[in-house]
Design a protein around this ligand. Structure first.
Ligand code: GNR
Ligand code: NI
Length: 178
């Protein structure tokens, strides 16, 4: 397994539309294993294949909190292949989002509270479920990546520019200290 490099904004690959997976095979499962390793290493709670430079409709997620010192690490890996949103609740709720492709920047985004979704798992088995809370937020955030959309695109222009300015400043400071 390999930890892959996570692309960061403004990398144009992040703006590509990901293509559907037509076959769930060992090659895809190898990519998924690398995506989990990359996501846990980052660490993050979700990752879209396009973030590691592969514009295919594959997402991995694990919402589990990192274990306390000395505690057991309980993993709850989830894979979403060719995910679709079939319906969403009328009510939007705010959630403070971050993104591994917009490192260390956080902002509140409004999204539907609940979604009905359909997807394939890593064995090619179809699932259809109502998702809510952080799972619904994270799935919508990851599905945006499949359309070339980042969470900052949901912000007002002023807020987006503030986030990008902070990101540029953080990168500059990091550059100077190395
Ligand atoms: O690690 C992540 N945390 C997060 C927090 C709130 C809403 C969405 C996310 S997803 C993000 C990882 C990532 O960038 N996935 O694309
Ligand atoms: Ni993201």
């Amino acid at each position: 397994m390999t930890i892959l490099r996570i692309l960061e904004t403004p990398d144009p690959v992040l703006r590509q539309i990901s293509t559907p997976v037509d076959k769930v095979d060992d090659e895809l499962r190898a990519l998924i294993a690398d995506m989990f390793e990359t996501m846990y290493d980052a660490p993050g709670i979700g990752l879209a294949a396009v973030q590691v430079g592969v514009p295919r409709r594959v997402l991995v997620m694990d919402l589990h909190e990192p274990a306390e010192e000395g505690g057991e690490v309980v993993k709850e890996p989830r894979v979403f292949i060719n995910p679709e949103i079939l319906g969403e609740s009328d009510e939007d709720v705010p959630y403070t989002e971050g993104c591994l492709s917009v490192p260390d920047q956080y902002a509140e985004v409004m999204r539907p509270d609940r979604v009905r979704a359909r997807w394939l798992d890593e064995r090619g088995v179809a699932h259809e479920e109502d998702l809510e809370g952080l799972l619904a937020v994270c799935l919508q955030h990851e599905m945006d990546h499949l359309e070339g959309v980042l969470f900052i695109d949901h912000l007002s222009r002023l807020k987006r520019e503030m986030v990008l300015k902070k990101l540029a400043k953080a990168r500059k400071e990091r550059g100077l200290s190395m």
